[in-house]
Design a protein around this ligand. Structure first.
Ligand code: NAP
Length: 393
């Protein structure tokens, strides 16, 4: 599934459907979103909608449709527990890596050998400090699954933490789904800030921006983040902000305040108090500490980068790092390795420090995946021709 737990009914894509799995790399591919619409018999209706942003549910259907066609190459329900060199082999002696693969029960049942491995294990949920997940404290990435386990009638005071897209969508969902409940939005800013998707700013997601970032100076890179972080992080689509404000205003009109905005507020801890969840909040400019009880706390507090160090085990020492300890990554997304290492380890995601804002995003996935595939082929061809392929570090 693709973020199944965030497939909220009215949630739409934040990028154009043309940024699907293939179109930016090959507009004639039969794996495009348009091909999916055609196959589903919905192309005319979709066009009548005049909307570049389908629902996330429809995009999920597209991804399911696409994966069916490659399902024979995918081992679902599997977990790679280690990536190593073959037993006893030195890096210069082996052009294969050995992947141990566990099945759904956790039992290692299979070994796969590969010349190259692309690691794309995704971002890791980030919780506020001092906050553990449990049946009543959830991260947004598990939202729908956990929500469906509850009896909605018992949810009378719920809180959503964060001022990003996930938080705003979940707040709107809970407000609409739980008409008897008080919904608290705990946001660190004064109000939700809008995601800048205007055309010039949107160019940071163009495939060409990866080169500008990768080959840019430290100053250029800092400028990307300073000026354009608000295209993606801690920001919300205009439409969702307006939806929430309208609900808040309707509360005023009815004289029943159901949507409570706790602004300039951060969660600093959570204690379990029977069935209730006691949340410690730091409120306002003076950081005044308050405690509130909720039936459920949803932390839509974002994600941390992908960290493959553990997976790589011993091989990790052959991977080069920069002065701050992060992986050095070549332009083709291959981790820069010591010269003796013959196998390729590629990162699909986890390269924001080298490739910029789009590294883990769908917006550039077609081109990024193509670059990785091309690199694997080119390096193989280069080696077979007996010449070194120049690495653009
Ligand atoms: P996010 O943008 O990283 O936002 C996390 C929010 O949590 C920030 O406002 C952060 O504030 C806040 N936060 C963190 N710790 C906190 C604390 N202790 N107390 C209070 N607030 C705290 O994460 P996201 O909303 O999950 O979005 C992640 C990505 O998914 C984005 O690219 C987004 O566009 C995408 N997304 C897309 C859709 C869609 O396509 N419809 C839906 C959801 C998400 P600070 O910044 O001040 O720490």
């Amino acid at each position: 599934g693709w973020h199944r737990n965030m497939l909220l009914p009215s949630a739409t894509m934040q990028i154009s459907f043309l940024k699907d799995l293939v179109t930016f790399r090959n507009p004639t591919s039969s794996f495009s979103f348009i091909a999916f619409l055609h196959a589903s018999g919905r192309l005319p209706q979709f066009v009548n909608n005049q909307d570049f942003f389908p629902t996330r549910q429809e995009f999920h259907q597209y991804l399911e449709w696409a994966q069916v066609r490659v399902a024979d190459r995918i081992a679902y329900g599997s977990e790679v527990t280690s990536i190593r060199l073959p037993p006893g082999a030195l890096p210069e002696q082996s052009d294969r890596l050995r992947l141990e693969v566990a099945d759904a029960t956790g039992r290692v049942g299979r070994v796969v050998e590969a010349r190259n491995v692309v690691i794309s294990t995704g971002l890791v949920p980030s919780m506020p400090e001092g906050t553990e997940r449990d049946e009543r404290v959830w991260h947004s990435s598990e939202f729908l699954e956990k929500y469906r386990r509850m009896n909605p009638g018992e949810l009378r005071r719920v809180a959503v933490v964060g001022a990003g897209q996930s938080a705003a969508e979940i707040t709107r969902f809970l407000y609409d789904e739980l008409p008897h409940a008080q919904v608290y939005a705990v946001i660190p800013s004064y109000g939700y800030s809008v995601a800048d998707d205007t055309p010039f700013a949107n160019q940071v997601f163009d495939p060409g921006a990866v080169d500008d970032y990768y080959f840019g100076t430290q100053q250029t890179r800092e400028a990307f983040w300073r000026y354009h972080r608000n295209t993606n992080y801690s920001v919300v689509d205009d439409e969702v902000i307006r939806d929430l404000y309208r609900r808040s205003y309707d509360d005023d009109v009815r004289g029943v305040r159901r949507l409570q905005l706790l602004n300039l507020t951060r969660v600093t801890g959570v204690k379990r108090a029977g069935a209730e969840t006691r949340v410690t909040l730091q409120v306002g400019p003076d950081g005044e500490v308050r405690e509130l009880d909720f039936d459920v706390l949803v932390c839509a507090t974002g994600y941390n980068g992908m960290e493959p160090t553990e997976l790589l085990g011993d091989i990790d020492r052959h991977c080069l790092r920069d002065e701050t300890g992060r992986y050095r990554v070549e332009r083709d997304y291959r981790i820069a390795t010591a010269p003796e290492m013959r196998c390729g380890i590629y990162l699909q995601g986890g390269t924001e420090h080298t490739h910029g804002l789009t590294s883990s995003l769908l917006s550039n996935i077609a081109v990024r995946s193509g670059e990785i595939a091309d690199s694997i082929v080119a390096r193989r061809v280069g080696r077979n021709a007996g010449r070194a392929v120049p690495a653009k570090v």
